[in-house]
Design a protein around this ligand. Structure first.
Ligand SMILES: N[C@@H](CCC(=O)N[C@@H](CS)C(=O)NCC(=O)O)C(=O)O
Length: 245
């Protein structure tokens, strides 16, 4: 990562995403942009030592933020809908309105279920909370398994044969299971067969593979965050781990 001490001058017409490689929300938009063949510039933001210029431009300093054609767009769900409408080909939402509603409902559920559950477990530095956070994560994966079964998941992408927004929303979490495995020895339970199949399909997808951070760099960043969180915990400070805390 190369943190910028001042706001980088605009390089031209290409849209720009302000991101952190640990952040699953940022990765969602990068998958969509790559799938649609949109060239973009990525600016890495250090969330531990957040630059003042970024705090100012982003009202608080959270990532992702998308700069495109003079507009600043966030949060990630709005970004992905914007990307879908601005660059409609190839489509990443179903054509049928009822199926689109299903996809949106799924994304909404994801942001209250598996997404905060994996982030809380991954970034936990208080051993007395390990078991309850692991249980919460597994419960959300069991619920995902039930949902995939109920929708007749056929063993490919979420809605069929092509990658759509529910896939772009979920894939970044599966990429970041690397951290759960490395630091906590946690994987998707074997009983969640559909989840594991979907994960494997997503990890093999070319747009996901092309946009995922380097494994060693990702683990290095997590190590840095975990060290800061451990220090804060030792000082009795509770740091929110997700925007849902
Ligand atoms: N709901 C937001 C969540 C973004 C979010 O939680 N970003 C985290 C990184 S994964 C962040 O910037 N945390 C630091 C902060 O909010 O100050 C979205 O979908 O974009």
């Amino acid at each position: 990562m190369s943190p910028k001490s001042e706001r980088p001058p605009s390089g031209g017409a290409a849209p720009r995403i302000y991101r952190a490689i640990t952040c699953n929300f940022c990765h969602r938009a990068e998958i969509s942009l790559h799938r649609k063949g949109v060239a973009y510039e990525a600016i890495d933001i250090d969330l531990i030592e957040r630059p003042a210029w970024y705090r100012e431009m982003s009202s608080g300093g959270s990532v992702p933020l998308f700069e495109c054609e003079g507009q600043e767009i966030h949060p990630s769900g709005v970004m992905n809908e914007f990307i879908e409408e601005r660059w409609p080909d190839p489509p990443m939402m179903p054509a049928n309105p009822a199926a689109r509603a299903d996809a949106r409902r799924f994304i909404h559920w994801w942001d209250d279920g598996p997404c905060p559950a994996y982030e809380r477990r991954l970034m936990n530095v208080r051993p007395e909370r390990d078991d309850s956070l692991t249980e919460a994560l597994e419960a959300s994966l069991d619920e995902l398994e039930r949902r995939l079964e109920a929708q007749g998941y056929a063993g490919a992408y979420w809605g069929g044969d092509t990658l759509e927004l529910p896939d772009a929303t979920a894939a970044p979490m599966f990429v970041r299971f690397l951290g759960l495995q490395h630091f906590h020895g946690i994987d998707v339970p074997e009983r969640c067969e559909r989840v594991r199949t979907w994960r494997d399909v997503l990890l093999a997808d070319p747009d996901v593979a092309a946009t995922r951070p380097d494994d060693a760099e990702l683990l290095g960043e997590y190590e840095r965050y975990l060290a800061v969180l451990s220090k804060a915990a030792a000082a009795g400070i509770e740091v929110p781990v997700t925007s849902r805390d």
